[in-house]
Design a protein around this ligand. Structure first.
Ligand code: NDP
Length: 338
């Protein structure tokens, strides 16, 4: 804790996601952003100034040496997450890490293991399970309002905004491509809403010209869950005019959500049954602030983060299997190796 008794945070990575969402979420949930680290000290200083952060550094060791930093938020490109997480856990810092946790499941499991061994909280920033829409659907299913869920469909095809058209579409070394970027979120949201675990995946990827070389910019796939439910997912960087959605169809009813696969606290859910249609009441809340409140509580020993490190591994395992399926043309088992 810092001088004011607030959780002190260090940012590892001077990223867009921290600037657009997570810095505000840390502050809104009672934390203090003490320092930012970038691979470029000049960029770190510029970023600190622009975002009202007192300190900046080009050194991970210096950031982790600060005793007033209790937790770190890792939002660098994906190939850097593992080593930064291992160093943070080694320094006794709690870790909120961006998705995908790493480039391989073995690395992601090592991160979870290091945090567990150090006795620090580890969370994965799967923001979508904090959306009012997805929480309402999970509750409706748990309450039996659609009977036995049979099918789900996730529509998460978007247009990658020009300011993000960098490493995601041109640098394979970062774990680029739409599957590691978006399918991991679909997998986590499906796991959360259905309270079920994926078993196997079949996927086909698309190269429509935005992703360079081998980097896929679209995917469609199917996941079978333990319960027997079959879920369809559609993700893209290339569709300018699509809408997002999430549907679950059961023996007694259907849940139909629109505009819900987004960072914003928006969207609606319709429940359709023999009784007709009703809009589910939603308690809209900032998705990232909600994640940070749960993280701060977990730091105090009260409850668990919204999405744990293990959730990060399990959800990433679907993306890894989808890529393997697309490459091989076969259905691939989902094996998080836990
Ligand atoms: P950015 O490209 O904005 O940032 C990633 C890294 O790129 C930064 O850490 C920074 O390195 C470097 N960088 C950023 N801007 C510049 C620049 N102008 N010049 C040179 N280098 C720059 O990535 P995102 O914020 O989009 O994504 C970061 C991570 O967050 C990824 O793991 C991604 O998957 C995840 N993400 C998660 C989201 C969610 O809602 N959960 C949403 C968006 C992203 P350095 O720090 O060394 O300067």
């Amino acid at each position: 804790m810092n001088d004011h008794g607030k959780p002190g945070w260090g940012l590892i990575g001077a990223s867009t996601i921290a600037r657009e969402w997570v810095i505000d979420a840390i502050r809104a949930s009672g934390g203090e952003v003490r320092a930012v680290m970038s691979s470029s000290p000049a960029r770190a200083a510029e970023y600190a100034l622009a975002n009202g952060i007192a300190a900046s550094t080009g050194s991970l060791e210096a950031l982790l040496d600060d005793p007033a930093i209790d937790a770190v938020y890792i939002s660098t490109t994906n190939e850097l997450h593992r080593d930064q997480c291992l160093a943070a856990a080694g320094a006794g810092k709690h870790v909120l890490c961006e998705k995908p946790l790493a480039l391989t499941l073995a690395d992601a499991r090592a991160m979870v293991g290091a945090c567990a061994a150090a006795g620090v909280v580890m969370a994965t920033n799967h923001h979508l399970r904090n959306a009012a829409t997805h929480r309402a659907m999970r509750a409706a299913i748990a309450d039996g309002r659609i009977g036995k869920p049979l099918f789900a469909r996730v529509f998460h095809a978007v247009y990658l905004p020009p300011h993000l058209q960098g490493w995601r579409i041109n640098n394979p070394a970062t774990g680029a491509g739409v599957v590691m970027d978006i399918t991991v979120h679909d997998a986590d949201t499906l796991r959360f809403v259905l309270d079920d675990e994926p078993v196997e995946v079949t996927a086909m990827v698309q190269h429509a010209g935005l992703g360079e070389g081998i980097i896929e910019d679209g995917v469609m796939g199917v996941v079978r869950f333990r319960s027997g439910l079959v879920a369809q997912f559609h993700d893209a960087f290339t569709t300018r005019y699509a809408t997002t959605g999430f549907e679950v169809h059961g023996t007694e009813g259907s849940l139909i959500a629109r505009d819900c696969m987004t960072q914003k606290p928006i969207g609606e859910v319709i429940l359709r049954t023999a009784a007709g249609e009703e809009a589910l009441p939603l308690d809209d809340d900032n998705l990232y602030a909600r994640a940070l409140r749960a993280f701060h509580a977990a730091m105090r020993g009260e409850g668990a983060p919204a999405a744990s490190g293990i959730d990060g591994v399990r959800s990433m395992a679907v993306a890894v299997a989808a890529l393997e399926s697309a490459a091989s043309g076969r259905t691939v088992p989902v094996d998080p190796g836990l």
